[in-house]
Design a binder for this molecule. Sequence first.
Ligand code: AMP
Length: 112
Amino acid sequence: MTLFEKIIARDIPADIVFEDDQCLAFRDISPQAPVHILIIPKKAVARIGAAQAEDQSLLGHLLLTAADIARRENIAPDGYRLVINNGAHGGETVPHLHIHLLGGRPLVWPPG
Ligand code: AMP
């Protein structure tokens, strides 16, 4: 069981900001911006590269949920960033798909 599956199961505590039947969103334990929230599917999809055609509506739901949370966190007017790290060079450390929602300060580009 991955770390994020344990958070879904409430075996590990997290600061949960949103939940529905398909996804869970919680604050990153090591925030890289004033707002840093992870949006994850409840389904155990390892990474975006492992998603299948059957996950199409789930992936859309995750993105729309991220935009909703950004509005609720009041970072939408100034802007924010959504990030998905995939594999070793992408910086993925937890093998359960997650979208990083980052905002609350200007973010530099390129991301390094
Ligand atoms: P990634 O490097 O894209 O795989 O992102 C994994 C993220 O999970 C990192 O930003 C970590 O800070 C975050 N993280 C690790 N453990 C926890 C935890 N127990 N609760 C919340 N976030 C976590």
